[in-house]
Write a protein that binds this ligand. Structure first.
Ligand code: ATP
Ligand code: MG
Length: 208
């Protein structure tokens, strides 16, 4: 894929990062991103699959290259969505704050930078690496997620520029998709067909 950030970002007025492990990417991610893009008129949504995320040291995380490929398949028909190898190519552990710094360097100074997070992730962010700096490094768009009520402690998030955006609730998770494949149940209508085909063709998620 041609690197949009390197070559075509000159006229970008706004960009929203949608970060995640995307193991695999699903309609919960895609639909939330689309709603946010439409409501806030954001030029591009950048899907950023994580490399080696410090807060998700679960055993058996699918290799970054595979998660990146599935993400590419999922967004390829949408010109408003892009992806990048920024995190998967980085040596060592990947920290979101480093990603923000790197993006700021690549993007024009005028580009408004947002970070889209689900309710579950946002409430965990104060425990992330260099959280205070991270939370002040860009604007956050917090989307609702079924099963994760959004009780924001004003003291914890004081000084943080966040906006809550209501998206159509989709009770879908990558964990549930992996579980269904393992149990031989259908994953249709939870994620794009191209990704489903790829999962089956490469026998992903069949083993616990
Ligand atoms: P896993 O079950 O492996 O943790 P996940 O479904 O939570 O996977 P992630 O890659 O962890 O997906 O999430 C990436 C981002 O997308 C996070 O900010 C998360 O809160 C958000 N997100 C994931 N699923 C949904 C959903 N169904 N609705 C809204 N936001 C979501
Ligand atoms: Mg998750």
């Amino acid at each position: 894929m041609l690197d949009f950030l390197q070559n075509q970002s000159q006229d970008l007025k706004s960009l929203a990062i949608m970060g995640g492990t995307f193991d695999p990417v699903h309609f919960g991610h895609l639909s939330a991103a689309q709603t946010v893009q439409d409501l806030l008129s954001i030029d591009k949504i950048l899907f950023l699959p994580s490399g080696d995320p410090p807060h998700k040291q679960k055993s058996g995380l699918t290799p970054a290259e595979t998660r990146f490929h599935m993400t590419q398949l999922a967004i390829q028909d949408n010109p408003g969505f892009i992806t990048s190898r920024l995190e998967i190519d980085r040596e060592g552990r990947t920290y979101t704050i480093d990603t923000i710094h790197e993006l700021r360097k690549k993007l024009p100074a005028e580009t408004k930078l947002y970070f889209i997070v689900g309710a579950d992730s946002f409430l965990e962010m104060p425990t992330w690496y260099h959280a205070q700096e991270l939370l002040r490094s860009c604007s956050y768009i917090v989307v609702n997620r079924p099963g994760y009520p959004l009780h924001i402690d004003p003291d914890t998030f004081e000084g943080v520029d966040y906006h809550i955006v209501e998206v159509p609730p989709l009770d879908i998770s990558s964990t549930e998709i992996r579980k269904r494949v393992r149990e031989g149940r259908s994953i249709k209508y939870l994620l794009p067909d191209q990704v489903i085909e790829w999962i089956y063709a490469h026998h992903l998620y069949e083993e616990p």
